[in-house]
Design a protein. Structure first.
Ligand SMILES: NC(=O)c1ccc[n+]([C@@H]2O[C@H](COP(=O)([O-])OP(=O)(O)OC[C@H]3O[C@@H](n4cnc5c(N)ncnc54)[C@H](OP(=O)(O)O)[C@@H]3O)[C@@H](O)[C@H]2O)c1
Length: 262
């Protein structure tokens, strides 16, 4: 929603949101008085639904789009706090959660890019952005020492490799006609900040988990000052998306436009 909000505030932008629950999202758009966002319905895991969404998008955009931003992701609440050995005796949970994560965060990324590629090729800017996570960077993980979020992080790391493969294929075979970038965006602390700003309750366990994560993050970035708002994060993401160049195919960048995550 924050990405749509920011993009639609510029009347020159035509924003198409691919959503699962069109009624709920349209209600929110109406409440926010955002009139230039069009919604089409699809689930990332359904090639046929994505094909219909691409067709509906093409009808709204004369068959071309400038940017494809793949932001949707499955973030498992059940396993976020579990480490690899926490799955001893919970093997089914690990398998099921990794499969669900991979279906949306890896398979879904390939499905949507392949489905929308003809529209991107027909556009003039030709940027495909996949929102990743700094948690998928092994260097960051080793320094911060975060053993949790195993299935989410594993699926995001696989998505990064997938984007590298796209970058090699699309940029190398199509010369300067295709730009492609993988890109990390939001800070995990936003969730806590969001709950607090909305006056929603934050469980003590959640609060202490976030405090522990902040401590871990400071091993990586001693000056880490805590969360930024979703609005600030989206603004930074869009600034990076705007300036990335053909020289950056497949790069894994943060919302700061570099390979530093905090
Ligand atoms: N929040 C953070 O701190 C953080 C940090 C680093 C990276 N990121 C990345 O930033 C992106 C956005 O994160 P977020 O925190 O906004 O996530 P979020 O609040 O969990 O929202 C995820 C969105 O993805 C959609 N989605 C999930 N599965 C889908 C599917 N199979 N098909 C279509 N849509 C699906 C959800 O749709 P429904 O509304 O229909 O459920 C929801 O709108 C993600 O790629 C995430 O990995 C987030």
């Amino acid at each position: 929603m924050n990405t749509s909000n920011k993009l639609s505030s510029n009347n020159f932008n035509k924003v198409i949101g691919i959503v699962r629950n069109q009624t709920a999202v349209q209600t929110q758009l109406d409440a926010d008085k955002l009139n230039n966002v069009r919604l089409v319905t699809a689930d990332l895991t359904s090639p046929s639904a994505l094909a219909s969404a691409a067709q509906a998008t093409a009808e709204l955009t004369d068959g071309a789009i400038d940017y494809l931003i793949v932001n949707g992701a499955y973030v498992s609440e059940d396993t976020q706090s579990l480490t690899p050995t926490s799955f001893i005796g919970k093997e089914e949970l690990f398998k099921d959660d990794l499969m669900t994560s991979s279906m949306t965060n890896v398979v879904g990324v390939l499905y949507i890019i392949n489905t929308f590629l003809p529209l991107i090729r027909a556009g003039s800017i030709k940027k495909i952005i996949v929102i990743s996570s700094g948690m998928a960077d092994p260097g960051f993980m080793e320094i911060a020492g975060v053993p949790q979020a195993v299935t989410y992080t594993t699926s995001k790391a696989a998505a990064n490799i997938l984007v590298t493969k796209y970058a090699i294929e699309l940029v190398n075979t199509r010369g300067s006609t295709m730009e492609n970038c993988k890109y990390c965006a939001l800070l995990d602390f936003e969730i806590l900040l969001y709950f607090e700003s909305e006056g929603l309750p934050v469980a003590p366990k959640t609060r202490s988990e976030f405090a522990a994560m902040a401590e871990a993050f400071r091993k990586y970035e001693p000056n880490f000052g805590g969360p930024i708002t979703p609005e600030a994060s989206v603004k930074m993401q869009l600034d990076v998306i705007r300036v990335i160049k053909i020289a950056d195919p497949g790069k894994f960048l943060s919302h700061r436009g570099k390979e530093r995550w905090l």
